[in-house]
Design a protein around this ligand. Structure first.
Ligand SMILES: Cc1cc2nc3c(=O)[nH]c(=O)nc-3n(C[C@H](O)[C@H](O)[C@H](O)COP(=O)(O)O)c2cc1C
Length: 184
């Protein structure tokens, strides 16, 4: 089992990178799966302009950046989306990164680590609706980080409950990813 921990914020001075690194450090000590931190910003994805829905392209993407993204996402059985909330929804660059692919997301499992003034929970509920299109199993356990109390002077300082919440998330996500692999 291989789980991708995707940092979905690409803006300058983003909080997401630190949060993703903290989650990855908690995950990497486990032996029930392998984990990899994936930084969306590294892929420099173009906005989706495909004349046909990307899911209909059979992974034959003309753009080299999207080919590299496809190859990376294909490696995983499950994902943790490390997602901010922008204007009460999902960030556009992260949604675009989902939209430019197709079957790479299908029948896998996903969990969420979100952050925002209200823990980013509106973005997570938004993601659950979107990802249903891929027959992804979205697990209930989530980690919802409050940027006012857990980010200070640009430094992430998680409250004491977060490590246990990440463990609960992974304890559910890894078996879910294993179960979904039997459907592919
Ligand atoms: C375009 C934009 C819209 C935002 N909208 C929300 C919002 O609706 N709810 C919220 O809790 N925070 C919102 N924020 C604040 C973010 O939670 C905060 O800036 C956070 O650090 C963003 O994650 P990032 O730094 O990883 O990009 C918004 C930030 C930006 C840049």
């Amino acid at each position: 089992m291989k789980i991708g921990i995707i940092v979905g914020s690409t803006r300058q001075n983003r909080a997401g990178k630190q949060i993703g690194e903290w989650v990855a450090a908690r995950a990497e000590v486990r032996t029930d799966a392998t984990f990899e931190l994936v930084d969306l910003a590294d892929f420099n994805l173009p906005f989706m302009t495909s004349p046909v829905p990307p899911a209909a392209l059979g992974k034959q993407y003309p753009e080299p950046e999207i080919q590299a993204w496809s190859k990376k996402i294909d490696e995983f059985d499950g994902f943790i989306l490390v997602t901010p909330e922008y204007n009460h929804g999902v960030p556009a660059a992260f949604k675009n990164a989902v939209d430019v692919l197709g079957s790479e997301w299908m029948k896998k499992a996903v969990g969420f680590v979100s952050y925002g003034a209200d823990g980013g929970v509106r973005a997570v509920e938004n993601w659950r609706v979107i990802l249903a299109n891929f027959n992804i199993y979205d697990i209930r356990n989530a980690v919802s980080i409050n940027i006012f109390t857990e980010m200070s002077d640009g430094a992430f300082s998680p409250n004491e409950r977060r490590a246990a919440e990440v463990k609960d998330l992974l304890d559910t996500l890894v078996p879910a990813a294993r179960a979904m692999a039997t459907l592919r």
